[in-house]
Design a protein around this ligand. Structure first.
Ligand code: FES
Ligand SMILES: [Fe+2]
Length: 316
């Protein structure tokens, strides 16, 4: 299960997308159903009934907050325990549970832990911009045809800004750079992953990129005295498909009517990346050393090392 992405916490769904009906999400090739009864806890189950493998996401949520299988009506609690097998009063329900995953809420997301039957070693680590009170937030969602690692490393890559984003967030770099310019990327390990700071010709720091293992980037845009960040949440879905959520956070112009403007801008920036990333092919990033690298690849090489060391061969 969850090959190449096992034993990690990942955002799986914006909480506001979960209403009365169960929602199916595919994470790293594994179909998961999320559901919640009125005011009750959220459940995350592997979306396959233990009885005859019907998709539980086709079922309904009962008034008691159980998920009822659409085929023979078995009812599962959010922790996966079987609460009823209709027409079979002698069934040993304790033997007939569904596979539950650890689930949490942090920021505006429902997070799942990508392993069943194991206590997670820690809690989800969400960037401050997704959780701090008093910030206005926007979300845009995209579906890219690529391996998630190509999308993730694009988010950690500063030297593409003056090319891919020449008219948006890369404009200032584009205007300042000369044929002799040099970009330096400083990398600092942090408890959550790492921080990359780029300087151009010794000037800066400009934007700061924080990497939250395994799949979140937070870009701090330097506006003196203000909080302005763009987060990329990069979730592997089906093979060759990546779900991208771009979350913006800010502490100014927090008037809600302005949200569509910020969301539109963040969507535009993401759309600028799309063609380049998808052209990298459906395959994963290769191990360090396979593709040539230069100085400005510092942060993406750190991600490659992490992926190949800690995630690629993982399975639950
Ligand atoms: S397949 Fe789910 S109850 Fe039979
Ligand atoms: Fe980009």
């Amino acid at each position: 299960m969850f090959e190449g992405f096992a034993r990690v916490w990942t955002p799986a769904l914006l909480t506001r997308r979960l209403k009365q009906r169960p929602v199916r999400v595919v994470v790293a090739g594994e179909a998961v159903v999320l559901f919640r009864g009125q005011g009750g806890p959220i459940g995350a189950l592997i979306d396959s009934c233990p009885h005859r493998a019907a998709a539980l996401s086709l079922g309904r949520v009962t008034p008691e907050g159980c998920l009822e299988c659409p085929f023979h009506g078995w009812r599962f609690a959010p922790d996966g325990t079987n609460q009823g097998a209709p027409l079979n009063p002698d069934a040993r329900l304790e033997m007939l549970g569904a596979t539950a995953l650890p689930v949490r809420q942090a920021g505006d997301f429902i997070w799942i832990y990508t392993a069943a039957g194991e206590a997670p070693p820690g809690e989800p680590l969400a960037p401050e911009g997704l959780t701090a009170p008093g910030l206005a937030r926007t979300y845009v969602e995209r579906d890219w045809a690529c391996h998630w690692t190509r999308a993730m490393e694009n988010m950690l890559d500063s030297p593409h800004l003056p090319f891919v984003h020449r008219k948006t967030i890369g404009r200032i770099v584009r205007e300042r750079m000369t044929p002799a310019s040099r970009m330096d990327i400083a990398w600092e390990d942090t408890p959550y992953g790492g921080r990359a700071t780029a300087t151009l010709d010794g000037h800066g720091p400009g934007a700061v990129l924080d990497f939250y293992r395994p799949n979140i980037m937070a870009l701090t845009i330097p506006v003196p005295g203000r909080h302005l960040r763009i987060h990329a949440i990069v979730t592997p879905a089906e093979a060759g498909r990546t779900r991208l959520t771009v979350a913006g956070s800010r502490d100014f112009a927090t008037f809600g009517l302005l949200n569509p403007v910020f969301a539109w801008m963040n969507g535009r920036i993401a759309d600028e990346d799309r063609a380049v990333v998808e052209s990298s092919g459906p395959g994963e990033i290769p191990p360090p050393g396979v593709e040539p690298a230069v100085g400005t690849d510092r942060a993406t090489l750190m991600f490659r090392a992490y992926y190949h060391h800690a995630l690629r061969d993982s399975a639950a």
